[in-house]
Design a protein around this ligand. Sequence first.
Ligand code: SAM
Length: 219
Amino acid sequence: MQEQWSAVDNWLMSALLPQDEILERVLKNNQQAGLPAIDVSPAQGQFLAMLITISGAQRVLEIGTLGGYSAIWMARALPEGGKIVSLEFDPHHGRIAQQNIDLAGVTGKTEIIIGPALESLPNLAQQPPFDFIFIDADKRNNPAYLDWALRLSRPGTLIFGDNVVRNGAITDAQHPDPHVQGIQAFLQDAGQSGRLTATALQTTGIKGWDGFMLARVNH
Ligand code: SAM
């Protein structure tokens, strides 16, 4: 199946997405620097960018920077004066991301904060709320990230959680992987929060069989 999923994804991306030398360079830089290829796909990057444009978001929070690939997609979609704050645990990832962000010319719109996200998030409580929150780091901490996303949001904020299907593993209630357990709790918490309208969609493509959750903060 993977071969077919990739072929269709590549076909769709070549039909719909413009060739982008900067973003291709970013992926090469990540590879050369030894970063894992776990960034969003180009189609997913375009989707995130479109969600930001459609929702009129000006302040974006990303949890999980890696080499800055998704941050660049989102920063490009922001209007003049918009800002993305991206949290990253690994200083090496952060350094490569900063180089990539400079290369893409979105330095003025992007701030990377190095450290465990759960230590960085409380410091953001003094800032104005975020309009769009992309959760894409260590999935075992997703329930805590959802709590913080709710604290750092306003009515109308969109919360996007990546990798919520994990090859179907989420249906296994006894799954031993803490990341799967984190996603299960994250989705259940979102469904029961009372403050969110949420949905999730499965995806297949160059990144395999996975999916995302999209939620809107209602109050
Ligand atoms: N959003 C990125 C993209 O699409 O280009 C991909 C992010 S990658 C899936 C996850 C990143 O989260 C990794 O760079 C990893 O080092 C980082 N990470 C893992 N645990 C973290 C933590 N506790 N706090 C902050 N970042 C963390």
